[in-house]
Design a protein around this ligand. Structure first.
Ligand code: ADP
Ligand code: MG
Ligand code: MG
Length: 257
């Protein structure tokens, strides 16, 4: 079992004129492999900031607290090292990379997590790739295209899940993988994530809407508001939020945000 712990995490960003602003104001979260956690919350509340900070984006400055993977602080590790340790981030806005095909990227990413004397063979890679393309209802042609270049919004999201299935991280941070997806694509993406469920996989699913959580049923739901997790519960909490809205929860908790 692997564990990801976020402890009293405070994060600042630099705005114009070197002004700093605190975005995360003491986030606590512990998750183990075998579990799926969801983070819900209004826009601008710090959900993407949390996922970017866990992954190691240097635009986000940790001023207090820690992030531990299996008890070891990862704060000083660059992004690629965090990835090698088993973290994966599917971004809200995936980047395009020119000159690298999707397949090349995937193979390099898989091999980066394996020792030098145990790189994946071309045969095994293609077998795994075919299996996952079929699961996600994606055409082989997608893998020969440059990474995310000219991909539609839905194709990008599917491709993020293809990466997830191929790289097999211990923990996947999925930031609004549901945004802009029609119901068919949503089902496919959910099928991909659900196929990863098991003792060696944990996921933190960030979403603005409850809809996704009908397909990927979380073990724990956290609500983030104004840079803090203000409430945690089971899957029913997401349904309650859908009915009562964030305003209802604000009132209930007596929050002034
Ligand atoms: P959410 O994902 O919950 O919608 P974000 O984490 O994206 O929220 O944003 C939280 C706040 O931090 C917002 O006010 C946003 O404008 C600001 N912010 C996030 N990332 C950056 C950045 N790289 N540069 C400047 N401001 C940022
Ligand atoms: Mg947002
Ligand atoms: Mg966001």
């Amino acid at each position: 079992m692997a564990t990801l712990e976020v402890k009293d995490l405070h994060v600042e960003i630099k705005e114009e004129k070197e002004q700093t602003r605190e975005i995360l104001k003491g986030v606590n979260l512990t998750m183990n492999t075998g579990e799926i956690h969801a983070i819900m919350g209004p826009n601008g509340t710090g959900k993407s900031t949390l996922s970017q900070t866990i992954m190691g984006n240097s635009a986000y400055h940790v001023t207090q607290g820690d992030i531990l993977l299996n008890g070891e602080s990862i704060l000083d590790m660059p992004v690629d090292e965090r990835a090698r340790k088993g973290l994966f981030l599917a971004m809200q806005y995936p980047a395009e990379i020119q000159g690298v095909t999707n397949a090349e990227f995937l193979r390099a990413a898989i091999n980066a997590r394996r020792p030098e004397d145990d790189q994946i063979s071309v045969m095994d890679f293609l077998k795994e790739l075919d299996k996952n393309l079929a699961l996600l209802d994606m055409s082989e042609e997608m893998t020969e295209r440059y990474l995310n270049e000219g991909f539609s919004g839905g194709e990008k999201k599917r491709n993020e899940i293809l990466q997830l299935l191929m790289i097999k991280p211990s923990f996947a941070l999925l930031d609004e993988i549901d945004s802009g997806l029609d119901i068919d694509a949503l089902q496919v993406v959910s099928k991909g994530v659900n196929s990863m469920r098991g003792d060696n996989f944990g996921s933190l699913i960030i979403t603005h809407y409850q809809r996704l959580l009908n397909y990927i049923v979380p073990d724990v739901v956290h609500v983030m508001m104004d840079g803090r997790i203000v409430k945690s519960g089971d899957a029913d909490l997401a349904k309650k939020l859908e009915n009562e809205g964030y305003a209802g929860l604000r009132d209930e908790l007596g929050l002034d945000v």
